[in-house]
Design a binder for this molecule. Structure first.
Ligand SMILES: Cc1cc2nc3c(=O)[nH]c(=O)nc-3n(C[C@H](O)[C@H](O)[C@H](O)COP(=O)(O)OP(=O)(O)OC[C@H]3O[C@@H](n4cnc5c(N)ncnc54)[C@H](O)[C@@H]3O)c2cc1C
Length: 425
């Protein structure tokens, strides 16, 4: 087999794009084309919609697609989390059923993990799964579920065996959202948007065939999802955003692909909180508003540039570790902390650059309101995908070798625990 190099990938993809990219297609049609050619998920196995490309070549593919003025594959949690988790733990039948609609954007996903009493201590979750023939009945509540109102499917963690210790009685279901037992209640944030929702289950149903990785084996499966989340967030993902939302309810499948490409090219606010672009946005605004000479603004812009570079290099370390077969390790935790730090700096610097206008929301303000939105969204990265404190705990325990937090609950049946009062061991 010929060796795949940066150059050979560029050449093959450029010639494919020259034929295949057509701005008149709908977004849905374009995503089908991208998926069929293996360019949507080039690092996935060739048998499952990919091309077996090494991970370090993924950015090459993304940059060629951008350079051709085309749009990339669907954004969102299907591609970021559900796909990699199903690839790692799914049966062939499950891969057949779920992977293609993820890659073509036909179905959108949400992550039904956190509950009011189970966030950092996720294994304390109380949503129940009770077997009923070849189905399971789901009862309980989730919260903070990003994109729940437009998702077709959810990655659901539910307690299938309360007699087992808390990490051992959880099942991971590939859960259909559109059914009578599911109620999604959007929560409005201070940005004015409702990115996430509460989700209530009242005798909802899911097939036994949709249990991923085995009944009561969900904790290991969940850890695959969480590792993908940390790695994705650390390398600049938002956890819920991206270029265009998949799924019928996302409303983008029928749009003209060329229109979306044009919006993305203009840096249009398709994604609400684009901290990755903050340096360019703030430099441009500082220039426009005559604040570029201000020594404090200059100093903080350099600080932001430095953090971005550290983030980029940490991202390279994550890729290098993966290339030699090491999963995302400590680098992912530091990358996640860097992202929180960057968001806090943007929160402080943005209003300084904008001046009094920084206190007004709205597209008519200089910069179109993107800076104000980033300022209001800034607390989020230090919470989602594992809070800053949890990242520091992991670094302390697994890297610095500090003693673990006490957790006497590892062997106690879940039903005998005082749930929500014990830190995760
Ligand atoms: C924008 C956004 C999107 C999200 N999207 C999703 C989603 O799609 N799906 C989903 O399932 N969840 C989602 N989440 C939820 C997120 O994963 C949880 O908020 C997070 O895990 C923290 O849990 P919690 O909110 O219950 O806080 P808690 O766990 O109750 O923590 C409260 C505080 O205590 C601290 N703390 C807790 N335990 C310890 C400890 N052992 N040591 C030191 N400090 C500790 C925390 O750091 C925090 O400051 C999202 C959150 C946000 C902000």
């Amino acid at each position: 087999m010929p060796t795949v190099t940066d150059q050979s990938v560029r050449e093959e993809l450029r010639s494919w794009l020259a034929d295949a990219w057509d701005p008149e297609l709908t977004v849905g049609e374009w995503w089908e084309r991208l998926a069929d050619a293996g360019w949507a998920v080039p690092t996935w196995p060739a048998g499952w919609l990919g091309r077996d490309l090494p991970r370090e070549l993924a950015p090459v593919v993304a940059s060629e697609v951008r350079a051709a003025g085309a749009i990339g594959p669907p954004a969102g949690l299907g591609m970021l989390l559900a796909g990699p988790t199903i690839l790692a733990h799914g049966s062939d039948a499950q891969k057949e059923r779920y992977l293609r609609p993820i890659v073509t954007g036909a179905e959108g996903w949400c992550q039904l993990f956190s509950e009011p009493g189970a966030g950092s201590d996720l294994a304390s979750l109380q949503t129940r799964a009770e077997r009923d023939g070849d189905e399971w009945i789901i009862t309980g509540q989730k919260v903070w579920t990003s994109g729940a109102s437009i998702a077709d499917l959810g990655m659901l963690l539910a307690r299938s065996n309360p007699d087992a210790p808390k990490h051992q009685g959880i099942t991971y279901f590939l859960f259909p959202m559109d059914q009578p037992g599911v109620e999604v209640r959007p929560l409005r944030e201070m940005t004015g948007r409702a990115l996430f929702s509460e989700v209530f289950f009242d005798d909802a149903r899911v097939a036994d065939a949709a249990a991923l990785g085995g009944v009561d084996q969900g904790w290991a499966v969940a850890n695959t999802t969480l590792a993908a989340e940390r790695a994705g967030l650390g390398s600049g993902g938002s956890g819920a955003g991206g270029a265009a939302f998949p799924g019928r309810k996302g409303g983008m499948l029928q749009q003209r692909a060329g229109d979306l490409a044009e919006r993305a090219g203009r840096g249009g606010a398709v994604q609400p909180a684009a901290f990755g672009r903050a340096f360019d946005v703030l430099c441009e605004l500082a220039e426009k508003l005559g604040r570029r000479g201000d020594p404090i603004v200059r100093q903080r812009l350099v600080e932001l540039y430095t953090l971005n570079e550290l983030g980029r290099m940490t991202g390279l370390r994550i890729k290098a570790a993966r290339a030699v077969g090491r999963g995302p390790g400590p680098e992912a935790n530091t990358a996640k902390l860097l992202m929180s730090k960057t968001a806090r700096l943007v929160r402080d610097l943005g209003p300084e650059v904008l001046g009094p206008e920084g206190a007004i929301m709205g597209p008519e303000t200089t910069g179109g309101g993107v800076v104000q939105e980033m300022t209001l969204f800034a607390p989020a990265p230090s919470i989602y995908g594992g809070t800053d404190e949890i990242q520091k705990n992991i670094i302390g325990e697994r890297i610095l070798g500090l003693p673990k937090e006490p957790g006497p609950d590892k062997h106690t049946p879940f039903r005998d625990l005082k749930v929500g009062t014990q830190p995760d061991g």
